[in-house]
Design a protein around this ligand. Structure first.
Ligand SMILES: CC(C)(COP(=O)(O)OP(=O)(O)OC[C@H]1O[C@@H](n2cnc3c(N)ncnc32)[C@H](O)[C@@H]1OP(=O)(O)O)[C@@H](O)C(=O)NCCC(=O)NCCS
Length: 153
């Protein structure tokens, strides 16, 4: 298991009981959030859904879809009051390890060009741009492209 940057922090699989908290955080963190149903479907589909917790409190979550030897990180987020303390980087490292342990050769993800913090994190973790997905995300003014990134394991 990956090292944690903060005492009492640990990673564990997401449970159905976490869905209200996860959906609440998601609403706070994204202008166009996933619904609780999206997370429930991810759990039902058997995706690798994880939380990062401080004691009993869920402070972040991630959803990784693994198909054969490829992993796709569908979501990763850290509660606002826990951001900028190294939690996101450590949790992403953990999710990459989950993919590696499942014998994946690559981790894919999409990110908004406007998401400076996430882009910095992914770039410094070694993710490289593979393609641009035009008009992938909704915005208040229309659509925004997605950068499609990959990390070869
Ligand atoms: C992206 C996110 C997960 C990062 O989590 P975090 O816990 O704040 O990340 P860390 O503290 O580990 O910081 C990671 C790096 O990002 C940098 N960073 C954080 N905020 C930044 C900002 N606004 N601009 C530029 N860099 C930033 C940090 O300085 C750090 O880089 P460094 O190690 O080189 O100093 C978090 O910002 C988040 O949950 N955002 C909302 C949801 C989201 O956008 N998820 C990603 C969708 S693709």
């Amino acid at each position: 298991m990956s090292a944690v940057p903060i005492p009492q922090m640990h990673y564990r699989s997401m449970r159905a009981a976490d869905l209200p908290v996860v959906a609440k955080l998601e609403k706070e963190l994204y202008a166009f959030p996933w619904s609780a149903g999206n997370f429930r479907d991810s759990l039902s589909a058997g995706y690798d859904c994880w939380t990062v917790c401080h004691g009993e409190t869920v402070i972040g979550y991630a959803v990784l879809m693994i198909a054969l030897d490829e992993a796709h990180l569908l979501n990763i987020a850290i509660a606002e009051n826990w951001q900028n303390q190294g939690v996101g980087r450590a949790f992403l490292r953990h999710m990459v390890e989950v993919a590696r342990n499942a014998a994946c050769g690559i981790v894919y993800l999409e990110v908004r060009p406007s998401n400076v913090a996430a882009r910095h994190l992914y770039r410094t973790m070694g993710f490289q741009q593979i393609a641009i997905r035009p008009s992938y995300y909704p915005t208040t003014l229309g659509r925004e492209d997605a950068l499609f990134l990959g990390l070869t394991l």
